[in-house]
Design a protein around this ligand. Structure first.
Ligand SMILES: *Cc1c(COP(=O)(O)O)cnc(C)c1O
Length: 354
């Protein structure tokens, strides 16, 4: 598989921006090459703790310290890792690097995460939709029919948002083995899943791109930090196209600190999975809840008697869930994020009283 050939023509020929730090990487005592402020940053001293000393300097464009720490947790080498300003940056880069506007197309599998289509629209790329089957699994025949010689990307979200289920592993492998473009598996919710990540399959499939994020299980949605794992050829393309300093120093510092607290994150994951299964059972016992779909994520999709009325009544009590009742295959459904045990109890009581 030739990743080079998949690239857009202008990207293939692009000479990337060369930063001051690309041109001189060594140790020195006087750096006067990047027009930074050598006096320092105006952060108050007490806030400018040990790691906040160098905010007057541009950050590492390749975030090697942070990638090294992530590599120790994920087992993925640094050259197979890209960090973005949220997963959304990686999604956008996939379009910008691999899809020729007004010519190429991508395949998405509704109901699914909304950003794939928005990002395609921004980049003027045709979106071909192959709905999931009623059991929320892949329509492999439909996907095969939708592919043509201009199809560059297929987005598979697993566990899927908003349905919550994992996609059958062998079906994903079928797509990976037969499609000549990139297969993106969005694993934003993988920490809550019984199914294991596809990270171990990276060496087998040069066309595999895995997206993960710090926004969900890691509890750092505000940081805007997403990960993409792929063959080094794909990562090299990302690094060529991304803005030079796409991950700021504060994000790099804070993420490094957070990675030391993995025990807390694992505790939260355990509690969330327990609460998810408990809330699913408790909701199903209510007469106004007609269906709760099995979930591998930190949310559940529940079909209720009158979705709009349920949604509005919850809003009146200050409880906000996501109304998905107009979404294909999710008719009459609400998407409910698993909160703290206390929050889940509050939600359950509120629905019981409708
Ligand atoms: C929440 C979510 C993301 C995370 O996006 P970020 O930009 O990293 O916050 C990615 N994919 C899916 C399917 C999601 O639901």
């Amino acid at each position: 598989m030739d990743i080079n050939k998949l690239q857009r023509e202008n990207i293939k020929n692009l000479r990337p921006y060369s930063t001051a730090r690309d041109e001189y990487k060594g140790q020195a005592s006087v750096f006067l090459d990047a027009n930074e402020n050598s006096f320092g940053s105006p952060l108050p001293q007490e806030e400018a703790g040990e790691s906040y000393k160098n905010y007057n300097r541009y950050p590492d464009p390749l975030q090697l310290d942070l990638k090294d720490a992530i590599s120790k947790i994920k087992g993925v080498p640094i050259e197979n890792t890209f960090l973005g300003n949220g997963s959304d940056e990686a999604i956008d880069l996939l379009f910008r690097a691999f899809c020729e506007p007004a010519k190429d197309n991508v395949i998405i599998l509704p109901p699914t995460y909304g950003m794939y289509e928005v990002s395609a629209g921004i980049n003027n790329i045709e979106v071909r939709k192959v709905n999931l089957l009623p059991n929320f699994q892949l329509n492999l025949d439909g996907i095969a029919e939708a592919i043509d010689e201009n199809t560059k990307l297929i987005f598979i979200c697993s566990p899927n948002n908003p349905t919550g289920n994992s996609i059958v592993r062998t079906d994903i492998e079928t797509v990976l083995a037969n499609f000549k473009g990139l297969v993106i598996i969005d694993e934003a919710y993988i920490n809550y899943a019984k199914q294991r990540t596809f990270i171990q399959e990276l060496t087998e499939y040069p066309n595999l791109v895995i997206l993960q994020t710090f926004s969900k299980a890691w509890g750092l949605a505000a940081l805007r930090l997403g990960m993409a794992f792929a063959s080094s050829q794909v990562i090299d393309v990302f690094n060529k196209v991304k803005p030079p300093y796409n991950i700021n120093q504060a994000t790099q510092d804070i993420a490094l600190k957070a990675l030391q607290n993995i025990e807390t994150v694992n505790d939260w994951i355990r509690i969330t999975v327990q609460e998810r299964d408990k809330l699913s059972n408790d909701l199903l016992a209510l007469p106004n809840v007609t269906k709760v779909y099995p979930s591998d994520a930190n949310f559940i999709l529940a079909e209720v008697n009158d979705a709009l009325n349920t949604y509005n009544t919850l809003v009146e009590q200050g409880i906000i869930v996501r109304d998905r009742s107009k979404v294909t295959l999710c008719e009459g459904c609400l998407r409910i994020t698993i909160g703290t045990p206390e929050e889940n109890k509050t939600l359950l009581e509120a629905i019981k009283n409708i």
